[in-house]
Design a protein. Structure first.
Length: 349
């Protein structure tokens, strides 16, 4: 087994606790860990601002949380909206929304799963990009300072800085991310931070430069006083890598993109997390789903794990990517993932 750095052990042990053991081998720490195997439980980011809770948006139910825990998932990526949690920049978090969020986190933790908090805002607040005159980088840092302090008493939480920033220069996003990490650390928090890039943090574009200076060059300058971060990438397998199409015509390219990012991580001594990926239930797509997961799990020296998009109580049955169970039972994608859960992967050894 390839030895992992002490940094890897810190990343995962702070998040999953009991799933990690450390052994001292020849004077160095070696992490033995189960992969993070996650599900995005959507719903709290649904609807329009101003919609009432339970009518426009919803957090996942205990039934849904328990279903995914029972199927073998050990992590939930939990999307929500920044504006609902903090309606006014630089002001207090909304008490009712914060209690909904914390209550859901407690349910997830009680199920034995870890939680990744995910402000699902695409690098924006009320439609205006972080770093603009309307939404200064300091406002983003203020939000994370408040949220980190608000969940300080709950273990097993990682902070996903932001879902899929786009149309922001990588250099500007780096500055915003570093400001937010600094604000989190000023609270005393040592939680794992998952750092996306710009351009929707696509793995397929991580090393490319069609959006400006590539993430692969700029994001190496992340600064974390606790040295407890990993890069989060997303990767879909359809024609434009968006996940909006009901096919998987670019599956081979998508898997290669994950492999390429893995090589970049390895070269630079960094760690990554595949925060979103999915395929439709079409028979020709299911092998690609398994290959994507195995590509991540065969690289435990650089990948912390993955989270599938998505589950959640409010998905319609005809949503092609969702794996919320139907009255007939598990969906085909879930059946594929269940078979993988029964295997021993490289990161379980």
């Amino acid at each position: 087994m390839q030895k992992r750095s002490p940094k890897f052990g810190r990343h995962v042990s702070r998040l999953l606790g009991a799933l990690v053991s450390l052994a001292v081998v020849n004077g160095s720490a070696e992490a033995k860990t189960a992969c993070l195997r996650g599900i995005n439980l959507a719903g709290a980011e649904f609807g329009d601002l101003g919609d009432a809770y339970g009518k426009g948006y919803v957090y996942p139910s205990k039934e849904t949380i328990d279903y995914f825990a029972a199927r073998g998932f050990n992590t939930v990526r939990l999307p929500f909206l920044w504006e609902r949690l903090q309606p006014l920049l630089y002001k207090e978090l909304d008490a009712a929304e914060l209690e909904r969020l914390r209550g859901t986190v407690r349910l997830i933790r009680a199920s034995g799963m870890a939680v990744i908090l995910d402000p699902h805002n695409y690098g924006r607040f009320r439609g205006q990009p972080i770093g603009s005159e309307t939404v200064p980088q300091s406002a983003f840092a203020d939000f994370w300072r408040r949220l980190a302090a608000a969940v300080a008493g709950i273990d097993g939480i990682a902070f996903g800085l932001m879902n899929e920033p786009y149309d922001i220069a990588a250099e500007d996003w780096l500055s915003a991310a570093n400001s937010a990490i600094g604000a989190i650390r000023q609270t005393g928090s040592g939680n794992l931070v998952l750092v996306p890039g710009t351009a929707w943090t696509g793995a397929h574009s991580w090393l490319a430069g069609d959006y400006g200076t590539p993430n692969a060059l700029v994001m190496l300058d992340i600064s974390d006083p606790k040295d407890n971060y990993a890069y989060e990438v997303h990767q879909y397998l359809d024609a434009d890598f968006s996940g909006k199409n009901t096919e998987c015509s670019r599956a081979a390219e998508a898997v290669k993109a994950i492999s390429d990012v893995g090589g970049w991580l390895r070269k630079h001594g960094q760690r990554g997390y595949l925060g979103e990926f999915a395929t439709p239930a079409a028979p020709e797509c299911l092998p690609a789903l398994a290959e994507m997961v195995r590509t991540v799990e065969q690289g435990p020296d650089v990948w912390l794990g993955w989270s599938y998009w998505a589950g959640g109580d409010w998905w319609p049955e005809d949503e092609p990517l969702n794996i919320q169970p139907t009255k007939g039972g598990d969906r085909p994608q879930m059946q594929v993932l269940s078979r993988i859960f029964s295997e021993q992967s490289a990161c379980d050894r």
